[in-house]
Design a protein around this ligand. Sequence first.
Ligand SMILES: N=c1c2ncn([C@@H]3O[C@H](COP(=O)(O)OP(=O)(O)OP(=O)(O)O)[C@@H](O)[C@H]3O)c2ncn1[C@@H]1O[C@H](COP(=O)(O)O)[C@@H](O)[C@H]1O
Length: 114
Amino acid sequence: MSEKEEMGLERLYRLVASRQGADPGSSYTASLYARGAAKIAQKVGEEAVELAIAAALEDRDDIISESADLLYHLAVLWADAGIDPTEIYAKLAQREGQSGLAEKAARKSGEEER
Ligand SMILES: N=c1c2ncn([C@@H]3O[C@H](COP(=O)(O)OP(=O)(O)OP(=O)(O)O)[C@@H](O)[C@H]3O)c2ncn1[C@@H]1O[C@H](COP(=O)(O)O)[C@@H](O)[C@H]1O
């Protein structure tokens, strides 16, 4: 891939999904699938915490690096769970136009009614 080409989330997802069934000895991604859903979930949690620490420390380079790690492991988690990114995009599109504050207020009033 040339430096000018983009490595977007969609492309990353296709790449990691293509590693399903690959040899765990020759692909780190395949080794994650082989270790199972709980291990993949653990990695996502670890990377999220590392990103949160980088953000709290306001370390710009680390924020970028940890974000890349998190997106990679998130893409692996989606592929392992049989979820296509278009399903996430559909969820985001569904939420488009609704303010987060309005959604929170609707959720809270629903909780109070229960
Ligand atoms: N984007 C990534 C990517 N980001 C991070 N990593 C790996 O994720 C691992 C995370 O680091 P850690 O220190 O947490 O890993 P670790 O110490 O080995 O810990 P454990 O896995 O044992 O828990 C490192 O080994 C990184 O190399 C990635 N591995 C692969 N990719 C992409 O996936 C593609 C396919 O990779 P392979 O499956 O290895 O061919 C690559 O070409 C990349 O585009």
